[in-house]
Design a protein around this ligand. Structure first.
Ligand code: GLC
Length: 438
């Protein structure tokens, strides 16, 4: 199997579990038009206050959230403890800008962690490095007040070092007050001049977060925690996090395969977006999960709960659809990874492989007519079945057919195993053929 770059954090369970839930929830759930709304519309502190004054998710029941995630087949969750807006879901002693002071009047994070753990999911905390509310966060070219005529004056007295101290203090709280945290997901660095633009870009990176010091503290408090790659440090991260695209192959850094996780949304926003309509189908979402595992990666799929504290009907529909597929096909995901060298999946298919059970899974994205030709697998498969109903898939094709194929392909059928499939596609989102290798 492909050897990946050594990690400091414990990624063993992570690379087995493969599938997690991202949760983006905060004041931005009320404007309900993207979690960056404050930045997009350059909303001032005063104007944004109305969302704080009205944040009262009275229907919030984290047990329902955890059950929906577990039923979808998700094995871990990562929740925004604080997003770029600066609002904190937990009762942090370092700020008043938190759920306990909003109308909801209680810590929202602790019951969530308890509920997800009770339903068997591991815990991950997303924490924004960016904070458009904090009085010491120096206004830069990304800030919600970046175009304010008094930007320079507003920056007077702001002390980025004091903000970094606040950042570190809150991370300490998160790592010491909620039991074992399995993943820490910082977001994100935008160092000066590294945004691919020729203009002078006043951004923030490792010096502004004091990332080296933060990394040291994280490793002291939670040595085995999985740390993502957004602190603007070339080392110290455990997982690479491609976002809103599917990598073409196993992600490599400096040519070395790494542990990676694609983070994706159901629609076009991370936070609840009422009017955004580019919702992915269940087919697409299942294919993205399979595609990630077929390339040795994970999928972290995001839900943006509403300002009432619920997953909306569109999100529940997708989660239930993925759960229906995972009920029959999870063993082609859990414990699986990229197929061994030389096993090249046919067109419109993805392979996943379980090295423990030595089973190869053929995920068929487009159901072919009758035959499926598996290059390099002749003589290597002991038995084949459809995973959804364990019905046998015949492996032999007639002599006549093989000769025909060889004639037509100039002998390219050598080492090819031909499967004979039912004409009709099985009634599942993505049919999977389980091959028991010899
Ligand atoms: C981007 C977005 C941020 C979101 C994150 C999730 O950084 O700016 O809103 O939380 O992606 O990976």
């Amino acid at each position: 199997m492909l050897k990946t770059k050594k990690t400091v954090g414990d990624t063993t369970w992570f690379s087995q579990d493969r599938f997690g839930m991202f949760i983006h929830w905060g004041l931005y759930s009320l404007p309900a038009r993207h979690e960056w709304i404050r930045q997009y519309e350059e909303i001032s502190d005063e104007d944004y206050e109305k969302y704080f004054r009205h944040f009262d998710p009275d229907l919030y029941e984290p047990e329902l959230w955890a059950q929906a995630a577990a039923k979808a087949g998700m094995k871990y969750f990562v929740v925004t403890t604080k997003h770029h807006e600066g609002f904190c879901l937990w009762d942090s002693k370092h700020t008043d800008y938190k759920a306990t002071n909003a109308p909801v009047g209680r810590d929202l994070l602790r019951p969530m962690v308890d509920a997800f753990r009770k339903n068997g999911l591991r815990t991950g905390f997303y924490h924004s490095l960016i904070d458009w509310h904090h009085p010491d966060f120096v206004i830069d070219d990304m800030h919600s007040q970046r175009n304010h005529p008094d930007r320079a004056k507003m920056n007077e007295g702001r002390d980025q070092k004091r903000y970094a101290e606040y950042l570190h203090n809150q991370v300490r709280e998160l790592l010491t007050e909620f039991g074992k945290v399995d993943i820490l997901w910082f977001d994100f660095s935008y160092p000066p001049g590294k945004c691919g633009r020729d203009m002078k870009w006043i951004g923030k990176g490792c010096d502004d977060w004091q990332s080296e010091k933060l990394l040291k503290m994280v490793r002291e408090l939670a040595p085995n925690i999985i740390l993502n790659d957004r602190l603007d440090l070339s080392e110290g991260w455990d997982v690479i996090t491609p976002e809103q695209y599917q990598p073409m192959s196993w992600v490599r850094i400096n040519g070395e395969p790494v542990v990676w996780e694609a983070c994706q949304t159901f629609s076009g926003a991370w936070g609840y977006h009422r009017d955004e309509s580019s919702w992915k189908s269940i087919d697409q979402l299942v294919q993205m999960l399979v595609d990630s595992v077929s390339k040795g990666g994970n999928l972290l799929l995001n839900v943006g709960p509403t300002g009432r504290g619920e997953f909306d009907a569109r999100a529940l529909d997708r989660l239930e659809g993925m759960g229906r597929w995972m009920k029959y096909h999870s063993r082609s995901i859990y414990g699986c990874t990229q197929a061994p060298e030389g096993f090249e999946a046919p067109q419109d298919c993805r392979y996943t492989y379980n090295p423990e059970t030595k089973r190869l899974y053929v995920h068929v994205f487009a159901w072919p007519f009758v035959h499926l030709h598996l290059k390099g697998l002749a003589g290597k498969v002991e038995y084949a079945q459809l995973l959804n109903d364990a019905s046998e898939i015949k492996m032999e094709a007639s002599e006549w057919f093989i000769n025909q194929m060889n004639e037509q392909t100039g002998g390219r059928m050598k080492d090819t195993l031909t499967l004979t499939l039912p004409v009709q596609k099985p009634d599942v989102t993505v049919p999977v053929i389980e091959l028991f290798l010899k």
